[in-house]
Design a protein around this ligand. Structure first.
Ligand code: PEP
Ligand code: MN
Length: 351
């Protein structure tokens, strides 16, 4: 049986708590001591452990029989958790409604990101994506606008009311990015960057974790578990294609990961068909497959002029193609009883 002991002034000291448990005849072992508290494995009768957890406000029972990811696991009839993104009309990711997050791979100029935001909102996207710290294989490639890009994202949010999803790569920049972003994205290359996961666990923002190109589903769930254990329960998972021997697409969308994740975890699941396909012609087919397989929404790259995009030009939709794609995603959603969540009313209605 696992107990989580949060370290706050009002909560019991881990050593005192272990003594108390051991006086009652249990054996205990501290498994980990992340910032958010210690995990204590207790061996002995369950009833005593529940009594102790009831008595101390900072102590919670994680799972009677240890699972590798007690916080992220789906228990028998547990529904999918909804992650709420606070904004004019809070976004709910993981409910009946599907959510579409769209925007360019990279923020390039103020005009570009505002134009993209207005366009994707008009087509029905409920949040704006755009990278300002870009994970680039080549050190000579465009690395993103950094802080300046965050200002442009804030301008796009003011113009449209759309909440912002953007990637953070550097643990030292988590607080700075969280000042602007409504959702922090952990990119595929950083899914196993443990210091970064520990840092984002501290902030009060939902965290979107993309599956690493060579990561198993189980490793993705364990990355989510780490963020939850650190104190942040608002985690969204994203399948974005994995590296296989097939070269016709940039990655291979692992559609099977969607039902597997659905069974294994209660966290909401998104699909990113853009990075899976790598070619704009294939993005819609993969988007529809993702929704049909049960994903809670999509993350799609859209650029007002894709041919000029500084990053991921070949996989970006223009605004017209995105509107068509949204139309067909709506039809598949309707067939499944899952309407698309519309952007909040208010700001940007003129769009
Ligand atoms: C991105 O979303 O632009 C991105 C870099 O994605 P990934 O981490 O999935 O490669
Ligand atoms: Mn990209």
């Amino acid at each position: 049986m696992l107990l989580q002991v949060k370290q706050q002034d009002t909560h019991p000291d881990v050593l005192d708590l272990r003594e108390e448990i051991e006086r009652l005849g249990h054996r205990t072992r501290v498994l980990a001591t992340p910032d958010a508290g210690a995990i204590v494995r207790c061996i002995g009768p369950e009833s005593v452990i529940y009594e102790i957890a009831d008595k101390h406000p900072g102590v919670r029972v994680l799972e009677p029989s240890p699972s590798p990811h007690p916080l992220a696991s789906r228990h028998s009839d547990q529904p999918t958790s909804q992650v709420i993104v606070p904004c004019a009309r809070p976004l709910r990711i993981g409910g009946t409604e599907l959510i579409v997050i769209a925007g360019p791979c990279s923020v390039e100029t103020r005009t570009q990101i505002v134009e993209a935001a207005v366009g994707v909102r008009a087509a029905g996207a409920a949040a704006l994506r755009g990278g300002v710290y870009k994970p680039r294989t080549s050190p000579y490639a465009f690395q993103g606008l950094g802080n300046e890009g965050l200002e442009y994202l804030a301008a796009a949010r003011s113009a449209t009311g759309l909440p912002i999803v953007t990637e953070v790569m550097d643990p030292r920049l988590v607080d700075r990015v969280a000042e602007t972003a409504d959702v922090l994205q952990i990119g595929a290359r950083n899914m196993q960057n443990y210091p970064l996961l520990d840092e984002v666990a501290r902030v009060q923002r939902p965290i979107l974790i993309k599956r690493g190109p060579s990561a198993t589903v189980e490793e993705l769930v364990l990355a989510a578990e780490r963020v939850m254990l650190g104190g942040n329960d608002s985690v969204i998972l994203c399948e974005r294609g994995i590296r296989t021997y097939e070269t016709s697409t940039r990655n291979t969308l692992d559609v099977s990961a969607i039902p597997v994740l659905r069974e294994r975890t209660h966290l909401p699941i998104l699909v990113d068909p853009s990075h899976a396909a790598g070619r704009r012609e294939f993005v819609e087919a993969l988007a529809l497959a993702g929704i049909a397989a049960g994903a809670d929404g999509l993350l799609i790259e859209v650029h007002p002029q894709p041919e000029t995009a500084l990053t991921d030009a070949g996989q970006s939709q223009d605004l017209r193609a995105f509107a068509d794609l949204m139309h067909r995603v709506t039809l598949v959603g309707q067939a499944l009883g899952r309407p698309i969540q519309r952007p909040s009313s208010g700001l940007g209605d003129a769009a």
